[in-house]
Write a protein that binds this ligand. Structure first.
Ligand SMILES: Nc1ncnc2c1ncn2[C@@H]1O[C@H](COP(=O)(O)OP(=O)(O)O)[C@@H](O)[C@H]1O
Ligand SMILES: [Mg+2]
Length: 333
């Protein structure tokens, strides 16, 4: 591995958000794709970095078959040896991606051995290659793999903010505490890292059966309570507000699988549903065989899209708040 300095200008990385959890299947990739998608739609320049050897981001964004999708080859090389990553540009207007995939397995091995010799250099592998291009983007989202390996440490070492998606069950909540411990492990190379908040995912809606509703709602309430206790509500050491985002991402199996199968974001799926309605495509036409091999787009897409848009809005609010506070502190210093 190339010998490199450990001094990184974290100022240029001030809009790097790592979406991280120890668990898989909690909605990290969904949030990166959709929240990042909203920022790009709103005109911000966005980069998404897929650090997962499983490379699920390609399904959510629909670039799996793009000739430029190298399954993480270019990103892996840059993480190990430095240099430039070949971005897939224009995945959507204003949106570039550093593709992930199987090639990242090699990085885990290489960085793990580097960790023994030079931990700071290993941790900063991602920060080092992001710093030169960070100025080209308003937001950089890191889609992290599950687990607690070196790639997570590299992500946290590059991040200004950490967003933790979690389910509402207690084992998931405990996982959030573990992410907080991981943050402590990179403070030697990244003093500015902070928790942006916890987003509760896979949350049931009030339209479920009556007896089920109570259980689901309690689960969310309990989760909020446990997380508030864990981090201290309104603790001014942190972001000075609730640790848990006000909005949650509701559970919808149909929307999730249709979106991923089509390579569409939730709001794009919702647009498709509306077009189908306009075109007079209804379930009864499909059932009667009038329209064959057609699956109607879930009408819940709009609700899931609303949830994810609200999360994007809340991220923006929290960032603006934090940045305003920092500026004021700077002015008073
Ligand atoms: N709102 C949702 N309701 C139900 N399933 C969802 C929802 N969002 C995502 N999923 C599904 O859950 C699985 C895990 O989501 P994903 O975003 O890939 O999580 P992670 O990146 O944390 O592994 C995927 O199969 C995805 O399609
Ligand atoms: Mg994922």
């Amino acid at each position: 591995m190339a010998a490199q300095g450990h001094v990184i200008d974290h100022d240029v990385l001030s809009r790097v958000i790592a979406v991280e959890s120890l668990k898989g299947g909690v909605g990290k990739t969904t949030i990166v794709a959709n929240v990042g998608g909203y920022f790009a739609l709103a005109g911000a320049r966005v980069l998404m970095v897929d650090l997962d050897p499983q490379g699920n981001l390609e399904d959510d964004l629909g670039y799996a078959g793009d000739g430029r999708n190298d399954e993480g080859e270019s990103l892996a090389k840059a993480l190990m040896f430095g240099g430039t990553v070949h971005a897939i540009t224009g995945v959507r207007p204003n949106l570039d991606v550093w593709a992930g995939g199987g090639a990242l397995h090699n990085v885990t091995a290489a960085l793990s051995s580097e960790m023994g010799r030079n931990p700071a250099a290993a941790k900063l592998a991602l920060a080092r290659i992001l710093a030169p291009v960070a100025g080209d983007y308003d937001f950089i989202f890191l889609d992290c793999p599950p687990g607690d390996g070196v790639l997570q440490l590299a992500a946290l070492s590059a991040a200004r903010w950490v967003l933790v998606p979690s389910r509402t069950d207690m084992s998931s909540i405990k996982g959030v505490a573990k992410v907080a411990e991981r943050i402590d492990q990179v403070l030697d190379v990244n003093r500015v890292i902070d928790l942006l908040g916890v987003v509760l995912t896979d949350v049931g809606t009030a339209t479920a059966r009556k007896d089920g509703t109570v259980v689901i709602r309690n689960a969310e309430k309990d989760a909020r309570h446990a997380l508030d206790e864990m981090f201290g509500v309104g603790d001014d050491d942190g972001i000075g507000r609730d640790i848990v985002f006000h909005r949650t991402v509701r559970h919808s199996e149909a929307v999730a699988s249709q979106a991923r199968n089509a390579g569409l974001l939730a709001y794009e799926l919702d647009e498709r549903a509306k077009e189908e309605t306009k075109a007079g495509i209804a379930w009864w036409k499909i059932r009667s065989g009038e329209l064959k091999n057609k699956q109607l787009t879930s009408s819940t897409a709009g609700s899931v899209a609303d949830d994810l848009q609200a999360i994007a809005q809340e991220i923006n609010d929290r960032l603006v708040d934090a940045e305003t506070t920092t500026e004021l502190e700077g002015a008073h210093a």
